[in-house]
Design a protein around this ligand. Structure first.
Ligand code: IPM
Ligand code: MG
Length: 352
């Protein structure tokens, strides 16, 4: 097949990890006979430096003309002035919203070899295989904001349509898995959560009666993720809760550097990015873990290009590279030398 993929390397370790993602994409193209046309564009801090805006119009136009987008990370101390009018993160939020990518899929699985990389006890990690579906373009991130010298506010708004479309996507995914859906909210306090819970209940009762649905308050969910993570299958939640819970969930896998994500809307076009940030402290040193980005490439192949066989091959190749002990500093076993970013990317290509 032919596909055009836009690469938004972004800031910090973004260029280093996306370089390995595209290395793997090229290898998949060569091995399976696909023509992937890769283009680069600016997003985030680099875009602010060169154009004055975090999401240049040209980048957005290229994104709309692409079949899929691979993104590294945005942000860094250089653009961190709290009073600045433009911030790198605005570019990321804007592209998610402009492309109406409302469902953010963040799977968490544990490689047996990396059980020791987690701070949790091995028996707690036994059998963990969960998927967080985070609403991505609504809620407190996008509500009206105000800022005065001594007062500031962020409004959290959800409409029933916004809740329904993301919960429906989570239900479809749960149907292909263990058929258990956990909806996370704060319905004991927030009106937006009470709406979320009512719409979710109605939808599942009417359209997905085969699923087992539970409602869990977000504070309790944070605790259960650390105490009994294997009990979860699909978790669906609003934007900010999903942001926070997935950083927590990355501890299960052993490192933020292992968790991929897919941001999807109604059509096949999606945005794929590791859930980690730009890690300015290690940027430019060639030591960042590229596996989260490479696993995001696998999700890109699966969800935007419908290349399931190729997606599974990339996931297997990452797993084998880990088996072989090609581990970057964040997950290296005690007493063994850490792999570089490039070594990890090349190991995946070899395994492919
Ligand atoms: C994420 C990140 C972003 C978010 C930031 C960089 C704006 O933390 O993708 O999880 O909060 O969505
Ligand atoms: Mg986050």
């Amino acid at each position: 097949m032919k596909a055009s993929i836009l690469v938004l390397a972004g800031d910090g370790i973004g260029p280093e990890v996306t370089a390995e993602g595209t290395r793997v994409l090229r290898a998949v193209g060569a091995k399976f006979g696909h023509t992937f046309t890769l283009r680069d564009a600016l997003l985030g801090g680099v875009a602010i430096d060169r154009t004055g805006t975090a999401l240049p119009a040209e980048t957005l136009a290229l994104a709309r003309a692409s079949d899929a987008i691979l993104l590294g990370a945005v942000g860094g101390p250089k653009w961190d002035d709290p009073l600045a009018k433009v911030r790198p993160e605005q570019g990321l939020l804007a592209i998610r919203r402009e492309l109406v990518l409302y469902a953010n899929l963040r799977p968490v699985t544990i490689h047996p070899k990396l059980v020791g990389a987690s701070t949790l006890r091995p028996e707690v990690l036994q059998g963990v295989d969960l998927l967080v579906v985070r609403e991505l373009i609504g809620g407190i991130y996008f509500g009206e904001k105000t800022r005065e010298p001594d007062r500031a506010s962020d409004l959290c708004v959800y409409t029933s349509d916004e809740v329904r479309r993301v919960v429906r996507r989570a239900c479809e995914l749960a149907r292909g898995r263990r058929k258990k859906l956990t909806s996370v909210d704060k319905a004991n306090v927030l009106e937006s959560s009470r709406l979320w819970r009512r719409i979710t209940d109605e939808l599942v009762r009417k359209e997905y009666p085969d699923l087992q649905l539970e409602h869990v308050l977000v504070d309790a969910c944070a605790m259960y993720l650390a105490r009994r993570p294997a009990s979860f299958d699909v978790i669906v939640t609003e934007n900010m809760f999903g942001d926070i819970l997935t950083d927590e969930a990355s501890v299960l896998a052993g490192s933020m550097g292992l968790l991929p994500s897919a941001s999807l809307g109604d059509g096949p076009r999606g945005l794929y990015e590791p859930i980690h940030g730009s890690a300015p402290d290690i940027a430019g040193r060639g030591i960042a873990n590229p596996y989260a980005t490479i696993l995001s490439v696998a999700m890109l192949l699966r969800y935007s290009l419908a290349l399931e066989k190729e997606a599974a091959a990339v996931e297997r190749a990452v797993s084998r590279a880990i088996d072989r002990g090609v581990l970057t500093a964040d997950i290296a076993l005690p007493g063994t030398p850490a792999a570089t970013t490039v070594q990890a990317g090349k190991a995946v290509v070899e395994e492919l």
